[in-house]
Ligand binder design. Sequence first.
Ligand code: TYD
Ligand code: MG
Length: 443
Amino acid sequence: MCSECGYATSRWLGRCPGCDSWGSLVAEPAASAPSARPASASHPLPRLVEVTSTEAERLRTGLPELDRVLGGGVVPASLVLVSGDPGIGKSTLLLMALAAMSNEWKTVLVTGEESAAQVKLRADRLGGADGVRVFQETNLEDVCAALELERPAVCVVDSVQTLYDPQIGSPAGSVAQVREAAGRLLRIAKQSDIAMFLVGHVTKDGSVAGPRVLEHLVDCVLHFEGDRYRAHRVLRSVKNRFGSTSELGVFEMTARGLVGLSEPSELFGKSAPDQPGSVVICAVEGTRPILLEVQALVAPTDLAMPRRVGTGVDPRRLSMIVAVLSRHAGLSLGQADVYVNVAGGVRIDEPGADLGIALAIASAARHAPVRPGVACFGEVGLTGRLRPVPYADQRLAECEKLGFDTVVVADNTETRGAVHLAAASSVKHALSLAIDENPARNG
Ligand code: TYD
Ligand code: MG
């Protein structure tokens, strides 16, 4: 079985056909046949008009950035998987949410990873968690029994990989165990109306089943990302049955826990003034416009295949933009390595970032800074023309709020915006509008 995605096969393979990861297949005892159950289909089946739906009221977690990513709070009787590298702050985030929610609802923390005493130490530092009930246990039977008895409104299981069912022959953390645990917890969440958060570690070596094994089971998958050596963290929803995906929550790790940053543009959207290779773009993640600094470095190389390295940007889009710049903007990059980085470790997946990537590379290649006060957004087509992108008004409003007075956009962008628009028809045109070829002379 693949410990990344749960793909099952009867022979060993070096590479998983399900998710293309290498060396992730591990031997698992075959699952026992499901016990026979009397058929219980109701006849005739109801039509949709006869189905009653109740729009369940969401529970606010007390952390506005977490609420935003969940789509406005956590839905009762749902299962949310929070995944991330060890040490990124999953336990801290969820303990803080439990602490805030314990003022209003019954909350339980099942801890298999840390002892109750360790949790207490952390809780004392964070404050406000006195009402949270803790259960230090890894036996799945006992955890399920306790939850059925307590029936909390909210429960955190930290982590799902520590739970084990003695009836299953494989060790805790294996695909079979993790799946069984999530399946059982899902049933309890639905039956007892518990909003349940599962913590899942991302592992590189495959010795412990990764969160991908569970992605299809749960209602919502949140990734907690960031650089462990820097203070800010990004919470991203990658699956959400009750809200939009690719929504971002931004936090800063401080001595007193995680602090939500409601204005991430102020953190990420500052360009280095007069530095060639830096430009501010306005991207839209989920429903929120966010200003980000894109940086590029263009350095001469002797390599036959020059490097194109992107951090936080799609490598295929980066190659495409380099090709468009060479062909349609007269920039020769054939003998240069190109590095592009989105500052702050944020990842952008939307075409609205294209123009910013192009401007950053051109600015670096020409040793000429982008004019002060200029931001941009727009999609770059293969012909070198610019295309408008959605949410233009929200993006412009965000640029204006952060003090940018000129925004370079595609010339057919539809907007009622108040900021000065520098409308460009092509990448080449945009470069001439945005890049200051002669900064010294202009003062
Ligand atoms: P943790 O939540 O335990 O990470 P995870 O559960 O994802 O493995 O904490 C991550 C790090 O955060 C830990 O190294 C210590 C640090 N930290 C703070 O900086 N401030 C705090 O208030 C807390 C509780 C932790
Ligand atoms: Mg932890």
